[in-house]
Design a protein around this ligand. Structure first.
Ligand code: SF4
Ligand code: SF4
Length: 431
């Protein structure tokens, strides 16, 4: 039975909505019920805009989107705004220039859309490719430019002097061997990264980790002043050249030392060392600190019971991107008195703190596009499950969530702690 086309399509979308109706066997199958956007005018598209994206190395998969909508339901940015690959595709197809549009910077490269997309539309490739081009043409938010410039000048996005990188060790309460001085082989080379070396809250977690490693008798050392930012977030935010230059420096630095395993505090560094540095000549047996400690929890001497209801926020770059969900939970479950409760969005469907893919430096820029910060939404979710403690194991998250606890009025109800701080406290070592 041929489909009867009742009316001819017109070029004006408003009129089309009323005029076009397809009837098959007397049944209206025009499908207005499942249309997310206005009815499309095929000849009204600007294919050039989409072509500009899909012809980039890494941008190809945006063209594969067939608008099923699965991605929008899991996109953390859509929860607090209006976003997701389906919407990006449609906007670009309708003529929006993604290279200059604010939407370019909202994606945190959390990877949840790719997990559910039947067409493998890959925002972790698309966004860095388009951003790289935008950065080359000078279109980027000023906050991001500032973070890039500080990383290039000082080797860290906080703009701190390199000579202060190991200052945190002075108040650790244990000796933290610096390999340039000790000049000996170690079992574990600890790559500290920038926020754990410079940010006040990151430093507290670093000291707690140093004390725990020492208590467990782990043979470890740090690089100290020669360590530079691993720069994975800068890469995902479009500064591929900066990433490559720092990767080259860091691979050379690591080549000076003898070690068996490379331990990182930062899931972004974990991702870079595991998946990106091998392309730049650096292949290592890399572990996140939670992976190193989880098999050792039975050896920890616990001295205190914490009596806390703890919920854990899966970092996107430890969990979804690299498949580690258990190690942090194993440590939490081993701490005396800790009850672990899960938030609705956890593990593979974990929510994003908003700090990935350059988001760490873009809260101000993104604010007009969002009802609230992603970190604020996450703090509300932690409070909803009745948690006293929001536990994290990514150095971006402590400060982000602590700010969000204040701005959502949850001070006194919820505290934010790195997992290693809880371990340190239950060992009775917290200083
Ligand atoms: S899930 Fe994939 S194919 Fe479906 S709308 Fe999203 S990007 Fe397009
Ligand atoms: S990577 Fe994450 S933030 Fe970006 S579009 Fe996909 S789900 Fe949304």
């Amino acid at each position: 039975m041929p489909i009867e086309k009742e009316k001819i399509l017109s070029v004006e979308p408003e009129r089309i909505r009323e005029k076009s109706r397809f009837v098959l066997d007397g049944m209206d199958i025009s499908g207005h019920w499942n249309r997310m956007f206005e009815q499309r005018v095929l000849w009204g598209y600007e294919p050039d805009r989409l072509d500009q994206v899909t012809k980039l190395d890494g941008g190809e998969s945006l063209g594969w989107c067939y608008q099923c909508g699965k991605c929008v339901g899991v996109c953390p940015v859509d929860v607090v705004g209006d976003y997701g690959p389906r919407k990006i595709f449609r906007k670009v197809q309708s003529g929006i220039d993604l290279f200059t549009d604010d939407d370019l910077w909202l994606c945190t490269t959390c990877g949840n859309c790719l997990r559910v997309c039947p067409k493998e539309v890959d925002m972790i490739q698309i966004m860095p490719a388009v951003r790289e081009q935008a950065v080359l043409e000078g279109h980027m938010p000023p906050e991001l430019q500032d973070a890039f410039e500080k990383t290039a000048k000082y080797g860290n996005p906080l703009g701190e002097p390199a000579r202060k990188r190991a200052d945190w060790t002075r108040e650790a309460g244990v000796e933290v061997p610096i390999l340039a001085k000790t000049k000996r082989a170690v079992d574990v080379l600890w790559w500290v990264e920038c926020y754990p070396a410079y940010h006040p809250r990151g430093r507290e977690a670093s000291r707690a980790l140093a004390r725990t490693l020492a208590a467990l008798g782990i043979d470890f050392g740090i690089v100290g002043v020669d360590e530079k930012c691993v720069a994975d977030s800068q890469r995902l935010a479009g500064e591929k050249g900066l990433f490559e230059s720092l990767a080259e420096d860091n691979v050379k630095t690591l080549a000076k030392y003898e070690f068996r395993r490379l331990m990182v505090t930062d899931p972004h560094a974990y991702n870079a060392f595991k998946n990106e540095y091998p392309k730049h000549g650096g292949s290592y047996d890399v572990v996140h600190y939670t992976q190193l400690l989880a098999p050792l929890v039975s050896k920890v001497e616990w001295k205190k019971t914490l009596a806390a209801r703890v919920t854990f926020h899966d970092p996107c770059y430890l969990g979804r991107h690299n498949g580690e969900y258990e190690a942090p939970r194993e440590i939490l479950r081993a701490i005396p008195g800790v009850e672990v409760v899960e938030m609705f969005r956890c593990r593979q469907n974990g929510y994003c703190c908003g700090g990935g893919g350059g988001g760490m430096w873009l809260d101000g820029f993104n604010a007009p596009h969002l009802e609230e910060r992603l970190s604020e939404r996450r703090v509300r979710e932690a409070v909803e499950v009745g948690a006293d403690v929001l536990a994290v194991c990514c150095p971006f998250e402590v400060s982000r969530f602590e700010d969000a606890v204040k701005s959502t009025g949850n001070e006194g109800k919820l505290v934010v702690r790195d997992i290693i701080e809880l371990v340190d406290e239950a060992r009775g070592a917290r200083q």
